[in-house]
Design a protein around this ligand. Sequence first.
Ligand SMILES: [Zn+2]
Length: 219
Amino acid sequence: MFIAHLGLGLAAKRITPQVSLGVLLLASQTLDVLCGLLMVTGIERMSVSPGTTVMMPLEFLSYPWSHGLAMSLAWSALAALLALRLYRSAKVAFVIGGLVLSHWVLDWIAHAPDLPLLFDGSPKVGLGLWNSLVGTMLAELLIFAGAAWSYLSATRARGRVGVVAPWTLLTFFLVLFLANHFGPQPPVGIPQQVLALPTLAFILLLPWGHWIEKHRMAS
Ligand SMILES: [Zn+2]
């Protein structure tokens, strides 16, 4: 999935108002940032292969370190421990660890059976929602819209910038999501390093979310 991941980050603000939105959004996309790093370095592998699923022209050949269930649980536990140390709150640790793991669960729903349970050679799972245009659109848009409402009603603007700030993020990712599915597809044979680079830009969610929060407060 794509914007549904960010949706869970947005929705988490209501439960843990003391955590910056940037941290919550990045937690929801941690596995993809790791995947980007490992694809760029060639440790994990993917290629453009139109028809893999209806909605996604990418074939994920090997990505057990970022998207295997075992390693996803490990990253989630690590994130929870880090959060516990930083925020001294079991609730925050649970939410941040849960957000990291939620990425795997949503990907499990969307992907073809390409998510390994352990490492290469272990059974692979995936429910394949990406084979349904209507199902993908409904799931992504409903989760994102519900989460956007949750965030906007759990916080309020400090000034004019605070009214506009969350919409910069919401609009950008909605347009990117639609362009991703309905725009031109990446050419076959493009190096995976090029494919993976945009994923690394998710790191910018941290300062972006932080900037939004500077102009909003709990309502
Ligand atoms: Zn993913």
